[in-house]
Ligand binder design. Structure first.
Ligand code: FAD
Length: 405
């Protein structure tokens, strides 16, 4: 059984004994369930594969943290342990792209319910999502509004006691297989981002349609949605009217670090493949790994892996400790880990030579699968913007050398 984590990093004080135990459980689960994603048709039928993975994860308690929401009073927001969530993504991403996708979208889409739902909404939705019998999706982006959330146009207008939704959503992960969509719509309480509200919309609601199933370079359940005269009762509102932006931003602020964790899983798999290839490939009078340039590439990959793992661990620890500036560390971890993973996967392809580009080879698949991580949940450019905004300018004032010094 391959251990998908770095034991030295796990032994650092960022982690507790329960996290080290969890890492072992993740390694055992992914080894025992690899048939779910290694079947010949797994990538040809991503929706079917993903549903099977979500069911298996649910049955084996991977989403049990969602049940914590049933025991807390509705005025208390529940935040699960993010070091555990990050380790789960890292281990699943090491095993397979769709395994990570299945876990992460369900967890992300359920998070706003955990944090903002009424007692009745929690009881209605959380048990099915926790057990994996129900699938969730989070619909924020629109064709003209990805990074620019304030440009959202999907309208939710008051009609009697409830609302009517008209418009569309784009790039929805789990679109087409979800039973429940958390939809951010414009209700107009204020301008731009201030006039948005979150709604819980069952997939069976008349007027909600999967408009287009999207094929991407790494096959996944992914779709555009349309809403036409889609009527919702008043109790579909998640949280408070006008607070949709807060609902969206606070889930993304938290989940960004888990994208970094997934990047780490993909990158470590690429590193292991590169090391294996370099150690075995005969070349000239020795092996590839004897060549100084190849060794230097492997050393650079190792440094990037370590830096990414430390940044992800730190971000999750900041959040679990309740520290105020965790979101800045979440952005730093996502930016660095996803960019580094892209470099590491590319270097692994290079070390494999032509064999690294074979479409169905581990490196060929990783090359396709890693790309989206620098785009979803805030592009790298948006992370840089957020990090720059978080810089402590008073520190710069204090440290700037005076003209006379
Ligand atoms: C695999 C995947 C899954 C996704 N899942 C979901 C989902 O479940 N739900 C959902 O709602 N959305 C989802 N998305 C959509 C995703 O959130 C958006 O793609 C992302 O926010 C970027 O928006 P965009 O694609 O419209 O690009 P744009 O916002 O048009 O950006 C285009 C380019 O401009 C750059 N740019 C934009 N603003 C700035 C700025 N201020 N400064 C510098 N550069 C800037 C971007 O970095 C990017 O390089 C998913 C996307 C992918 C790829």
């Amino acid at each position: 059984m391959t251990f998908p984590f770095d034991e030295e990093i796990l032994s650092l004080p960022f982690y507790e004994e329960r996290h080290r135990t969890l890492a072992g459980e993740i390694a055992a689960w992914t080894a025992a369930h690899s048939g779910l994603w290694t079947d010949a048709e797994a990538e040809d039928e991503p929706e079917k594969t993903e549903l099977s993975i979500i069911r298996a994860l649910g049955e084996d308690g991977w989403f049990a943290f969602l049940n914590e929401g049933l025991n807390e009073s509705p005025d208390k927001s529940v935040t699960p342990d993010f070091r555990s969530l990050c380790l789960r993504r890292e281990g699943l991403a090491y095993a397979d792209d769709l395994a990570d996708y299945a876990f992460s979208i369900q967890a992300l889409a359920a998070m706003p319910i955990l944090r903002h739902a009424s007692a009745e909404q929690r009881v209605r939705y959380l048990p099915g999502l926790a057990g994996g019998s129900q699938v969730a999706a989070f619909a924020l982006s629109e064709e003209q509004a990805g990074s620019d959330v304030a440009a959202l146009q999907l309208r939710a207008e008051r009609a009697g006691d409830g609302y009517v939704l008209n418009g569309s959503k784009a790039w929805v992960a789990n679109g087409g297989i979800a039973d429940l969509y958390t939809v951010i719509a414009r209700t107009g309480e204020g301008p731009g981002a201030l006039g948005l509200t979150a709604f819980l919309v069952p997939a069976t609601t008349p007027g909600l349609q999967v408009h287009d199933r999207i094929q991407t370079i790494a096959p996944r359940a992914f779709a555009h949605l349309t809403f036409e005269e889609c009527r919702l009762p008043a109790d579909s509102v998640l949280g408070r009217p006008g607070h949709g932006f807060v609902v969206a931003v606070e889930v993304l602020d938290r989940f960004r670090m888990t994208v970094g964790a997934a990047a780490l899983g993909f990158a470590r798999r690429a590193m292991d493949a590169a090391l294996g290839r370099a150690a075995q490939r005969p070349i000239y009078d020795g092996r590839l790994i004897d060549l100084p340039t190849v060794r230097a590439t492997l050393a650079d990959m190792e440094v990037q892996l370590n830096a990414a793992a430390l940044l992800v661990a730190r971000a999750a620890w900041e959040l679990d400790e309740g520290r105020r500036r965790f979101a800045r560390h979440s952005s730093i971890a996502k930016l660095y880990a996803t960019e580094a993973a892209q470099d590491i996967v590319d270097a692994a392809v290079q070390i494999h030579g032509a064999a690294g580009l074979v479409a169905d080879s581990p490196t060929g698949r990783l090359y396709r699968q890693i790309r989206s991580l620098r785009i979803y949940e805030g592009t790298s450019e948006i992370q840089r913007t957020v990090i720059a905004q978080s810089l402590d300018l008073t520190r710069a004032d204090r440290r700037a050398p005076s003209a006379s010094s």
